[in-house]
Design a protein around this ligand. Structure first.
Ligand SMILES: [Zn+2]
Length: 203
């Protein structure tokens, strides 16, 4: 199956895609070390979006696996995880990087951040979300230990790994290739991602 559209997303870049129900979207890490902050908004609605906390509740798990249906903040099905070539670690705890987070962690080297990428993309689609929903951070390996501490480990993803998402409802999907090197994110080497859309109905 050949993709209808492919999008290169360089480090610090973002892509927004309107996708119809039943579209299949592949998020690919060509070099194996690119975290992709992923958001989904119900088209024309900045108040219904993919929510990690609601998925923890819906699935009673903190990691999602092939076959899971991921829901919105209103518990509406939005995406189904249809394929995953990685070891299954995709962070659902960390907030998006932002001007505030970089300042908090003492990073003075300013560069694009995922929160600004989200806001700019929403604006392009006529939306303005008052909050920044914590994203699903694809290919980011975070682990919670027995004492509840959160650890960022080197990603287990390798070059060419991908996740495929089946769209369950018309959505605006936003993918931001995180530029951060705080902790072990991106293994210290953000190198970019690719988004492939297989459905010809993409707008
Ligand atoms: Zn980021």
């Amino acid at each position: 199956m050949k993709p209808k559209n492919t999008h290169q997303v360089g480090p610090g870049e973002v892509v927004g895609l309107e996708v119809k129900t039943n579209a299949l979207v592949r998020v690919l890490t060509p070099y194996g070390c690119q975290v992709v902050d992923t958001w989904g908004f119900h088209i024309s609605s900045d108040i219904e979006y993919l929510s990690m906390a609601h998925n923890h509740t819906a699935l009673y798990r903190t990691r999602f696996k092939v076959g899971d249906t991921l829901v919105s903040n209103k518990f509406t099905p939005l995406l189904r995880l249809e394929n995953d070539t990685t070891d299954g670690f995709h962070d659902s705890f960390h907030a998006a990087c932002s001007m505030g987070s970089y300042s908090f962690f003492g990073e003075t080297n300013h560069h694009p951040n995922c929160e600004d990428n989200l806001r700019q993309t929403l604006k392009e689609y006529g939306l303005e979300c008052q909050i920044t929903p914590p994203p699903w951070n694809l290919f980011e390996r975070s682990v919670i230990d027995e004492r509840g501490r959160l650890h960022d480990e080197a990603t287990g993803s390798t070059a060419g790994d991908f996740v495929e998402l089946r769209v369950e409802r018309d959505l605006l999907l936003i993918f931001s290739a995180c530029r951060s090197t705080v902790g072990n994110i991106n293994n210290g080497r953000p190198l970019g991602a690719e988004i492939w859309v297989f459905d010809p109905e993409i707008q």
